[in-house]
Design a protein around this ligand. Structure first.
Ligand SMILES: O=C[C@H](O)[C@H](O)COP(=O)(O)O
Ligand SMILES: C=C(OP(=O)(O)O)C(=O)O
Length: 513
């Protein structure tokens, strides 16, 4: 029957939700401990994770070159702002990171799939409960499409509650004959093109922390307070639903999930069970602004290891992944699951060295390699990267970021074409098919708002529409409809993959669509 696999996966997810709930409860207790003044620990005595850390400490990155950092005019103010943040509670709990790492390890072997998505840059002026809810809701919808259509559990990882700092290609932005420091994200300076706004202000760190805490609070409320329960699947509709193909396809799928749930309830599944009322949701952002990340790095009292408590998952950007520089130094020591972005400039041997630095114990789920190079280059260069990593015996979770290799300029706007974005996802799945390796997830810049920032897709945003609702402060995001369309495409590829594997094993499965 069409719905059997989807419902079965839901049941499996339900069983694995329990430890996370325990983790959330424990978080309240341990956060109180973790917010006590920090104990200076420079080595890790005996615990399995981090045994190869040597002389790492939360501040050891300061001895290396830190790329893409702001040039604050007043360093004493930076120390004061960071001192405040050091006294604040951590935003996440180390036990949650460990749960996430287990999920990511499953994605590395094809037993789960990662959906990582959210704003390019969160902004102080675009901060409201509705905006958070809308992005969260599209992520939920996308995950249901992928789970039901693709037959795998989906790990939901928001680029939310901390995605503020932006690396830039150029230090200066020029308009006419005026050049000013580039905007580097609201945690650093303002987007307005004025001299004053572009001065890095350290007290923005505190505001970003507070906004992250409030966002996370709401996300936790949505995730465990009933909003995200599968029994509400048909209620997660957005304004465009009735009028678009994606919206109608989603509502049709939601009805079928509903039917499957009715069936499962008739079989004995309780309407009070965890999967009916809550979901797991994790947060992530680029580990860029090291003063901030250091201030939130705390010693976990249960394992005596360090976690960067600004988010569950942090990634190292394409511009800051130099082996001998500060970001890699910082990230090798934190025990959160982490990622590293990789463009076509990456050489296979360099990737192997980078992975060895970031995951010396070769722990499954610890490291995601997030490739972003555009479809054509990906077809040409990605196989050699996979081969080198496999030959080195390294375990990584491969994730596709189809956004950052596809940025172009049009009518004075930065944009991305939906067809190019989709082509890169297609290439990512094709290469894995050919190599026999595992596509572990997608990483998208997207929003629940009805913006006109990327062109194409079923929503038919044209080049001429770019100036109507172009709200991003940095890079263009897929809107809700384009995101959902992408989810249906990913689901179709996950389904194909599952069917192929089943055929090889001589099994028969039927998936939703
Ligand atoms: O989101 C990623 C980067 O911050 C962004 O692509 C840089 O954009 P730029 O090339 O305009 O500086
Ligand atoms: C800056 C980003 O990506 P990359 O490092 O791949 O350019 C990003 O994801 O915001």
């Amino acid at each position: 029957m069409a719905t059997t696999i989807g419902a079965k996966q839901q049941l499996q997810r339900g069983a694995s939700c329990r430890p996370a709930r325990a983790g959330l409860k424990r978080a309240v207790r341990v956060q109180a401990i973790a917010s006590e003044p920090r104990v200076a620990v420079t080595s890790n005595n005996g615990a399995a994770p981090g045994t190869t850390l040597g002389d790492w400490s939360p501040e050891s990155w300061r001895k290396r070159t830190a790329h893409q950092q702001p040039n604050y005019p007043d360093k004493e103010e930076v120390a004061k702002a960071c001192g405040e943040i050091k006294s604040y509670p951590p935003l996440i709990f180390a036990g949650e990171c460990r749960n996430l790492q287990e999920r990511l390890a499953k994605a590395a072997v094809g037993e789960a799939f990662i959906l990582q998505g959210g704003d390019c840059a969160e902004a102080f002026t675009q901060f409201s409960a509705n905006q958070i809810r809308d992005t969260y809701r599209v992520l939920l919808q996308m995950s249901v499409v992928m789970m039901f259509g693709g037959g795998v559990p989906v790990v939901k990882l928001g680029r939310m509650a901390g995605q503020f700092a932006k690396p830039r290609s150029a230090d200066l932005e020029t308009k006419g004959d005026v050049s000013l420091p580039s905007y580097r994200g609201d945690i650093i300076n303002g987007p307005e093109f004025t001299e004053q706004a572009r001065i890095p202000d350290p007290w923005r760190l505190v505001r970003a922390y507070n906004q992250s805490a409030a966002t996370l609070n709401l996300l936790r409320g949505f995730s465990t307070g009933g909003y995200a329960g599968l029994k509400r699947i048909a209620n997660w509709n957005l304004d465009f639903m009735a009028n678009s193909d994606e919206g109608k396809a989603y509502m049709d799928l939601a009805r079928r999930v509903d039917e499957a749930l009715q069936f499962m309830m008739a079989c004995g599944l309780s309407s009070d069970s965890d999967i009916m009322s809550e979901t797991e949701f994790y947060t992530s952002h680029e580990c860029l602004l090291l003063d901030y990340e250091e201030a939130l790095t705390r010693l976990d009292s249960t394992t005596n290891t360090w976690y960067d408590c600004s988010a569950h998952f942090l990634w190292c950007g394409e511009r800051t992944r130099q082996l001998d520089a500060s970001h890699v130094e910082f990230m090798r020591g934190i025990q959160n699951p982490i990622g590293v972005k990789v463009s076509d400039k990456m050489d296979p041997a360099e990737l192997v060295s980078l992975i060895a630095s970031l995951n010396p114990d070769n722990t499954p789920g610890r490291l995601a390699v997030i490739v972003r190079m555009g479809a054509e280059k990906l077809r040409a260069k990605f196989p050699a990267l996979i081969e080198a990593v496999e030959q080195a015996g390294q375990v990584v979770t491969w994730v596709c970021d189809p956004m950052h290799g596809n940025t172009e300029s049009c009518n004075g706007f930065k944009t991305r074409r939906y067809d190019n974005v989709r082509a890169e996802v297609e290439a990512f799945f094709d290469v894995h098919d050919a190599m026999g390796s595992v596509p572990g997830g997608v990483h998208l810049e997207m929003t629940g708002d009805n913006v006109t920032e990327c062109v194409g897709g079923g929503s038919a945003v044209g080049e001429e529409d770019l100036n109507t609702r172009y709200h991003t402060h940095c890079d263009p995001r897929l809107n809700a409809e384009q995101s959902l369309e992408m989810a249906f495409y990913v689901a179709s590829r996950l389904r194909q993959r599952k069917e192929k594997i089943a055929k090889q094993k001589n099994q028969h499965i039927t998936l939703a669509f």
